[in-house]
Design a protein around this ligand. Structure first.
Ligand code: CA
Length: 365
């Protein structure tokens, strides 16, 4: 079965219109909200709901299915029913060409009948909120929802009712309970670079192979950290950039590092399945880094994979940036100084203002 489904083109448009309806419903539901009793490490919730309707929701932010919920409208149930939801593993392999975009969620009890449809909210993975499903290189506009048809033993697609892109939730309307999952189609993957063709065979990478292209020179990518009218941003792109396009990196609260989704940025990293298979290295770009109290004196001396040192008397001479994979998808660049203190002057369309510029690259281990 081809993962791609023609219905999605239609649901994508409907989603935009129905988001407004969804907001109204969410507000209505808030009035009768009943917090789910959380157990099982925050991955399960259960509530008794009657004819007046209600909500069961995973409210523990530490849960991998945080935000998952079911909204039962008034009149959907004739009598009180225990309604629950919980996270679970894949009940069966996904159709060829499909990837998970979140975790499987079981809604109980099986076989329950509703007089009118309920809304199921399914979280998807976009921890850096760049609109790209983490590690999948697929934009959130292209996600869809599957449910597991236990009678036929196969996955089927549910029409998308809407999407809450602020809280990263896909929403479907349903009259029945089962296992539900946000999924994406590998054919929709669009990495920052597109040099690596999808041959359909299992890729393999030799030691020292560059994360980009196939030529002998391993080119750098860049992270540009700027203060904008909307706040501080860190953007990953092939080149240094003053525009707000590229892969968004999340700046840490202490202003000393930023994390981005390398699997969504680089086709070879995506194909390898693990950003940690790559040796990452980086350095400050001397001619484009303008900070309040520091200047880059010599590029070569700053490149290091070792932990940096700060506070030496000769300014930036003791500061190193380092690049490392923190999990299968995400790569963290640490630069040791607080950009919130060091990038005061907002950038202009001409590119003047404070800027932290770092170039980095990776080779396969
Ligand atoms: Ca993301």
């Amino acid at each position: 079965m081809d993962c791609r489904h023609p219905q999605r083109t239609i649901t994508r448009h409907r989603a935009a219109v129905w988001l407004a309806i969804l907001l109204v419903l969410t507000c209505a539901a808030a009035a009768c909200r009943i917090r789910g009793e959380s157990g099982d490490g925050g991955t399960a919730a259960a509530v008794v709901i009657g004819p007046e309707g209600g909500v069961v929701e995973i409210t523990d932010p530490a849960s991998v299915i945080f935000g998952a919920k079911v909204y039962v409208p008034a009149g959907a149930l004739d009598s009180e029913q225990g309604i629950s939801l919980s996270g679970r593993g894949l009940p069966a392999a996904l159709p060829a060409g499909c990837w998970t975009g979140g975790r499987c969620i079981d809604f109980h009890p099986d076989g329950i009948r509703f007089s009118q449809p309920v809304l199921l909210y399914l979280p998807y993975d976009d921890t850096n909120n760049d609109g790209i499903i983490d590690g999948r290189a697929v934009r959130e506009e292209d996600l869809f929802v599957l449910y597991y048809n236990i009678l036929d033993g196969r996955w089927e697609e549910m029409p998308l009712y809407g999407a809450d892109t602020v809280n990263n939730l896909a929403v479907v309307e349903s009259g029945h309970f089962s296992t539900y999952l946000v999924a994406v189609d590998t054919a929709d993957a669009r990495t920052l670079d597109s040099d690596f063709p999808d041959t359909g065979t299992e890729p393999s990478f030799g030691p020292g192979e560059c994360y980009l292209g196939n030529d002998n020179v391993c080119h750098y990518s860049h992270m540009t950290v700027l203060r904008r009218e909307t706040g501080m941003t860190a953007i990953v792109d092939r080149n240094l950039t003053y525009v707000n396009s590229g892969i968004v990196a999340v700046i840490s609260e202490d202003g000393c590092s930023a994390t981005f989704d390398a699997a969504s940025a680089f086709a070879k990293v995506l194909a390898s399945g693990d950003a940690a298979q790559w040796n990452w290295e980086g350095e400050f770009v001397r001619e484009h880094t303008f900070l309040m109290d520091y200047e880059v004196r010599q590029d070569d001396a700053l490149s290091s994979s070792e932990s940096g040192e700060t506070g030496t008397e000769d300014g930036a001479g003791g500061i190193f940036c380092r690049v490392e994979a923190v999990d299968a998808n995400m790569v963290k660049i640490t630069w040791e100084i607080d950009v919130f203190e060091q990038i005061i002057y907002q950038t202009t369309p001409q590119g003047s203002g404070h800027c932290l510029a770092i170039r980095f690259r990776a080779t396969h281990q």
